[in-house]
Each structure stands twice: as C-alpha cells, then as structure tokens.
Design a protein around this ligand. Structure first.
Ligand code: TPP
Ligand code: SF4
Ligand code: MG
Length: 298
C-alpha cells in the first residue's frame, strides 16, 4: 500500500499527467517500463526536475520525453544525439539524457551514435532495442535478427544485426551496459550508474514490440517475450565463468564496459582556456610518443 502511494506521488510529481495522457503505446509495450525506471532514477538521485533534459528523436521510444515534466526535446529522427551534444556543451551543468529506438540510434542516427561515443561527450544514452521500427509498422532495423520477419522482409531477413554494445565500446564510450525490460531492478541500477558517469554512457535495453515484431514472428505476447528474456539473459559476472558453448544463444546483461577516459567537455574546456590565454599550444617532444601510443590502433 505504501509502495503504491509513493508510486502515485511520483506520477503526479514527474508526469505531464494532466496534459499528455493517454499515451500512444500499445498494451504490453516495454517503453512504459523504461519511463518508470527513469523517473525512479532521477528521484532517487535527487536532481531537480529543471536540471534534467530529456532528448529523443522519432519513434515509439522517442515519444517518452513527451510524457515527462523535465526539460524535453522531441527532435527529428536520428538526430537526438546532435541536439543533446549542443545542449550539454552550452549548459554543462544540466544532466542530458537521450532516449532512442534501435532504428533511431543505429540506422538513420548510426553515425551520430558512433561519433558521440568516440568524442566521449558527457551524455547518458538509452537505446530501446525492440529489433524493429515499431512506430512505422514493423520494418526491419539494423538489429532485426537474421531469418526473422519484418514488414519489409516478409520472406525472412537476409542481413545480420548490429551488436549495439560492442559497436559503442569499439567507438570509445566510457560506460556501456545492457539490461532487458524484464530485469527492472537491474535497469534502475544501471541507469543510475549511467547518469552519474563522467563521459558517454550508454544503456541498451532489450525490449519487445508485441504489435509488430512478436506478431509477425509468432512470438506470442509481452509475457512470452519477458519469459524469453529471463531465460536467455546471463549476468556478466556469471558469463565470465561459463564456457563459450554454454553462452551460445544467450546474451550478457550488466555493466559491459566502465572505463575512465578523458571526456569531451573537460578536454574542450582546456582548449578554451589555452585560447583565452592566447598561449600557443606547444607540444612536448616526450609527450608526442605517449599520445601516439594512446591513440590505440588495433
Ligand atoms: C527523416 C525521417 N525518416 C523516416 C521517418 C519515419 N520514421 C519514424 S519513426 C521510424 C523508425 C522508428 O523505429 P525505432 O527507432 O526503432 O523506434 P521504435 O518505434 O521501434 O521505438 C521511422 C523510420 C521519419 N520520421 N523521419
Ligand atoms: S508499435 Fe510496438 S514499440 Fe510501438 S508502442 Fe506498439 S508495442 Fe510499443
Ligand atoms: Mg525499434
């Protein structure tokens, strides 16, 4: 009863309950689970609502900021990270969180994702990966699994999907984590870590789309998807102790990467200071070889 009460007060405190509801999401969609997690995270960390900026592109996941009483920006498809980068550089004190779908983040916005990770911009990015373009009717996305169906692949998909987490790790993100919409307490913990991380932090949330992806691929409803997630997810610590054969067909959840590397803002501030002082940037010959070594070409 107490839990219900506090849940209700969070709704009134954080949602645009009197303006933007009912929401557009289908029954059983995973997006509401992320919405709840995001609100709990901000509340627990004690950030004032005015210090949070929630940015999205277009898509079912991209609708999320519409419902929340933070500073919000519902931008164009694939461009959420560009708007978010501008906001963060102009107003560094704000916490900028970006919510994207798999299509938004890795198809039309794929280049922005790679470069935001490479620059290590101080943003928290959440990718709701439901393996499909949900909003526009179930077209395949860069994460649709090989062989499955989409409205644009009625005879089976011939491409292989991106591994989003590996992609952003290789591009240079400081923090990479993965969970599912079934693992809600884990989602809350990972989101907290991502929001507090200095640098580019990304959380991939494996979700489902009962309306299109599940229907076309005979996967049942939301509960069936959740059961599948529960049975196939392996916590990273446990995965380390498992043989590769035992991990076949499974996926890891938890913190995949957590590294302290210089973030864009700190670096940029130093450049600004040098420029202001009109001090020429002198390279120290001993530092040059160190810089080349840290350039890391594999
Ligand atoms: C420039 C542009 N191209 C295409 C579209 C159409 N469009 C809207 S949402 C979307 C894909 C959404 O898929 P995803 O990002 O995975 O989000 P989901 O709906 O699955 O949450 C597309 C192609 C658009 N709005 N703008
Ligand atoms: S179409 Fe799919 S992703 Fe979009 S709201 Fe419905 S269930 Fe969710
Ligand atoms: Mg999608």
């Amino acid at each position: 009863m107490e839990g219900m009460k506090s849940g209700r007060s969070l709704i009134y405190q954080y949602l645009r309950h009197d303006k933007k509801f009912p929401h557009v999401w289908c029954p059983g969609c995973g997006n509401g689970i992320l919405l709840g997690s995001l609100i709990r995270t901000v509340h627990k960390l004690g950030y004032p609502k005015d210090d949070i900026v929630l940015v999205s592109g277009i898509g079912c996941a991209g609708r999320l900021p519409v419902y929340v009483d933070f500073n919000t920006l519902h931008t164009t498809h694939g461009r959420a990270l560009t708007f978010a980068t501008g906001i963060k550089l102009a107003k560094p004190h704000l916490k900028v969180i970006v919510v994207m779908g798999d299509g938004d983040a890795t198809a039309i916005g794929g280049n922005h994702l790679i470069h935001a990770a490479r620059r290590n911009v101080n943003l928290t990015a959440v990718v709701m990966n439901n393996s499909i373009y949900g909003m526009t009717g179930g077209q395949y996305s860069p994460t649709t699994p090989y062989g499955l169906k989409a409205s644009t692949a009625p005879h089976g998909h011939v491409e292989h999907g991106f591994n989003i987490s590996r992609l952003v790790e290789a591009a240079g993100a400081a923090f990479v984590a993965r969970c599912t919409v079934y693992h809600v307490p884990l989602m809350d913990r990972l989101l907290t870590q991502a929001v507090e991380k200095q640098g580019f932090a990304i959380l991939e949330v494996l979700s489902h789309c009962p309306t299109h992806f599940n229907k076309m691929n005979l996967l049942g409803g939301a509960v069936d998807s959740m059961r599948w997630m529960k049975e196939h997810a392996v916590p990273v610590e446990k995965a380390k102790r498992m043989a590769p054969e035992a991990l076949k067909g499974k996926f890891r959840i938890g913190v995949l990467v957590d590294r302290d590397i210089p973030d864009y803002q700190t670096e940029y501030e130093q450049v600004r200071r040098r420029a202001k002082e009109a001090a020429p940037y002198k390279l120290d010959p001993q530092e040059i070889s160190k810089m080349l070594e840290s350039h890391q070409i594999y």
